[in-house]
Design a protein around this ligand. Sequence first.
Ligand SMILES: [Zn+2]
Length: 166
Amino acid sequence: MQVRALEKYGAPIRAVVPGKVFRYEATDASHDTTFWQLEGLVVAEGITVSHLIGVMKELLKGIFKKEVEIRLRPGYFPFVEPGFELDVKCFICAGSGCSVCKKSGWVELMPCGLVHPNVLRGGGVDSEKYSGFAFGLGLSRIAMMKYKIDDVRLFLGGDLRFLEQF
Ligand SMILES: [Zn+2]
């Protein structure tokens, strides 16, 4: 939605776009073919990775009502440069390792990065003057961490014993 938002509203801009995501993917306890995501975009003059990290930490603190330990790893996504995988320390096992975090203690929560200049230009924004960051926040994963749900497939499994708890 980044280019569409930039085309319609121009820069500077701050936007969040919630929506359902469909993808071709083998499923396991932490991956499904269908999930919900919040796409975020900030474009202004002088935006850096520091702004990205600050906003992500504040956002997660707001959601979980406590300080959240995060780490960034380099990641490749075509629409950002540089791109990162933002991981949070696993809430299910507190970092000791479980099926959700694949024994790593960390859960991938947000692909993110600085908006690629081509995306800015595609949206009609001057990429010399403006920069920005973008992220995709997996809402299903947030719900898993918040409510300690150990299998993402339960959301769409249709089992009323699970669904009626909410
Ligand atoms: Zn874990």
